[in-house]
Design a protein around this ligand. Structure first.
Ligand code: FMN
Length: 644
């Protein structure tokens, strides 16, 4: 067993004494009060993470200027009126024994909110890749005003009691916009052909921050060590400016990577990437400085982080999404309870993509407490006999939450194996992590003392006999079979039969349905050597390329020459061919030796009638309500219990 001696060793950086080298990096939460001030939700979220004893917490992006924010609710540090709220964040961290730094941020052109109002500014008037709108070019007066604003915000951080300040110089925000040749085409002294020349703005910001905070106060800079975008700068370029940054007043380099336009959202890397996949970038930065370097990227296990520090790849390791999935992971590792750590599955559904897609504030698809700390109940007012029917994500989360709250819980599963649809979802390439997660959920439910009844169907008779107080119907969904001529031909099967190995992959396969299941089966089959064509009536793929998993899937489809045909209906399945088209225009796909149906799911909620008749209180959750993603399933499973 790892002793974790590296990650648990203290570190002193100027006036700041860190109790260990685990960093909770900045993560925007959208939990703010709406007027840029700190809310109770922010504090509850932070307190829960601080309980996990990170050595250093870095706050989410905190705006230095009202014309430099992503949106009006982003936390602000551009006025003294924010100090009382920010002070509460400091107190929360300190009470738990952590140190806390404030991340100061100017968004530059990366704000739809500012672009819409014509207020967005950037080094050069080049449209944002993400939001398309064009910012105005900053004047020399703007530059001076913004530099002063960074300094004033840093001064406020110090006055508030933060232990350090971190300048956000990464991910495509204003400082990266100056650093990158793709966004900085200025011909005055703030532009130039080399990164060293384009670093002038960053260096002036650092110098002003240092001037404002004094000599003994730790100042970190977060950089994208590499842009990961076509013609973007490389780590060798960044290496050239690190000594100048240290000279100007930087004490810590936080070696992140990627920028807004990086394909596939590599900054929040999906499950295709292994823990620590980019730690080499931190090591490259360590080559050119003695300043402590923070490494980051998909870490979920303190033992991996401990090894990275042991190899001198980095001095500290940041665990981002892992703090959302399980804020207690470090404590559990220290107690030798690594099997109890709920490891982040890098799905991004509840965190970064929820924010990008404007779906709401921070959540975690496998940890229902995240972002809901203020409503997360500690115990049931009145323990009840709760039955949970179905052991997919919704059922398992409902069962463990009900047990945690003190109810008497029985979980029913009609099959021998628990896990529901995840048993299929874990099969396609890079999805094994889902299987590990569901095994973890099952293990936790088993350990918790929930009564588990496998191979048991809940019937009206059983309900009438046992009369539970409350039933959570998490019976999942079943496949939809579209009424297509020829659907009963022997070479037609469904996605589930392919994924569980009942049907062997064909040679020339047509998949009917291009949503997530169809695309993942295509990924699976083309890995097995099948030549795959996906057909769907929808005008375009519902698997969005702006999600990291969606991006990776589409990329693999392209690489494996998988054909995606959207906006076309399958009219009939013939012998060795599939007829499809729209209106009267028909075309034939041939040769075809296998047709796979992946046309979606419909809810299985047969118990509802019986429960109504018997007058038993119940909740319908997850796919049994309407087939959707993991995040909806787990959230509904948890909420069905919380409301009791
Ligand atoms: C929901 C969310 C919000 C984020 N917001 C910020 C931010 O405000 N500032 C920042 O520098 N990085 C931000 N990041 C990036 C993280 O700090 C971290 O670098 C990233 O999640 C990769 O680490 P991980 O693989 O351990 O999650 C955010 C990430 C997530 C998931």
């Amino acid at each position: 067993m790892s002793t974790l001696k590296n990650i648990l060793s203290p570190l002193k950086i100027r006036s700041m004494e860190l109790p260990n080298r685990v960093v909770m990096p900045p993560m925007g939460t959208n939990l703010g009060a709406g007027d840029a001030t700190v809310s109770d939700e922010n504090l509850a979220y932070l307190a829960r993470r601080a309980k996990g004893r990170p050595g250093l917490i870095i706050t989410e992006i905190t705006g230095i200027h009202p014309d430099g924010v992503v949106g009006p609710s982003q936390l602000g540090a551009y006025d003294d009126r924010f100090i009382p709220g920010l002070k509460k964040m400091v107190d929360v961290a300190h009470r738990a024994g952590s140190r806390i730094a404030m991340q100061i941020h100017h968004t530059g052109r990366e704000s739809l909110y500012l672009l819409k109002q014509g207020r967005a500014m950037a080094p050069s008037p080049i449209p944002s890749i993400v939001f398309k709108g064009e910012p105005r070019e900053m004047t020399l007066e703007d530059i001076q005003e913004v530099i002063a604003a960074y300094g004033a915000a840093a001064r406020r951080a110090r006055e508030t009691g933060f232990d350090a300040v971190e300048i956000h110089g990464a991910h495509g925000y204003l400082i990266t916009q100056f650093l990158s040749a793709l966004t900085n085409q200025r011909s005055d002294g703030y532009g130039g052909a080399t990164l060293k020349e384009r670093a002038r703005f960053a260096l002036e910001v650092i110098a002003e921050v240092r001037r404002q905070v004094g000599a003994d106060y730790p100042v970190s800079i977060r950089l994208s060590a590499e842009e990961f975008i076509k013609d973007g700068y490389l780590v060798e370029d960044i290496q050239s400016i690190i000594p100048d940054m240290v000279q100007a007043g930087i004490d810590i380099i936080h070696a992140s990577f990627g920028t807004h336009g990086s394909p596939g959202g590599i900054t929040q890397a999906p499950a295709e990437y292994n823990p620590g996949f980019n730690i080499g970038l931190a090591r490259k930065i360590k080559e050119v400085t003695d300043a402590p370097v923070i490494g980051v990227g998909r870490y979920t296990d303190p033992a991996d982080a401990d090894a990275a520090i042991g190899r001198l790849d980095a001095d500290l390791i940041a665990f981002g999404r892992q703090f959302l999935a399980d804020p207690d992971f470090l404590v559990k590792a220290q107690q030798g309870r690594t099997a109890d750590i709920r490891q982040c599955i890098a799905c991004n559904q509840g965190c970064i993509e929820r924010e990008i897609l404007g779906e709401g504030n921070i959540r975690c698809s496998i940890n229902p407490e995240t972002g809901q700390e203020t409503i997360y109940p500690a115990a049931a007012e009145k323990p009840r006999r709760v039955w949970v029917v179905g052991s997919g994500p919704a059922g398992l989360v409902a069962a463990s939450e009900a047990q945690r709250l003190g109810h008497k819980v029985t979980l029913f599963e009609k099959n021998k194996i628990m896990g529901g649809q995840i048993r299929y979802a874990q099969v396609p390439p890079h999805k094994e992590i889902y299987g590990r997660w569901i095994d973890w959920e099952i293990d936790q439910v088993e350990k918790s003392g929930v009564e588990i009844m496998k191979e048991t169907r809940v019937t009206q008779e059983l309900l009438a006999k046992e009369k539970p107080d409350y039933v959570i119907v998490a019976t999942g969904g079943e496949k939809l079979i579209p009424p297509i001529a020829g659907i009963d031909k022997p070479f037609v099967c469904d996605a589930w039969q392919i994924l569980d190995g009942r049907v062997a992959p064909g040679k020339n396969v047509v998949i009917i349905g291009g949503a997530l299941i169809g695309m993942e089966v295509a990924d699976f089959l083309s890995d097995k050597g099948s030549q795959v064509t996906v057909v769907d009536m929808l005008p375009r793929s519902p698997v969005l390329k702006i999600t990291s998993h969606g991006y990776m899937l589409h990329k693999r489809m392209r690489e494996k020459s998988c054909r995606l045909i959207f906006g076309v209906e399958v009219k009939s399945i013939g012998d060795g061919c599939v007829e499809c088209g729209m209106g009267t225009e028909l075309s034939t796909i041939a040769p075809v030796d296998q047709v796979v149906i992946a046309a979606g799911m419909k809810p299985v909620n047969d118990l509802q009638d019986a429960l109504e008749k018997l007058g038993i209180e119940y909740a319908l959750v997850g796919d049994a309500k309407s087939p959707r993603r993991i995040i909806e399933a787990t959230e509904e499973g948890a909420r069905a219990v919380w409301k009791l």
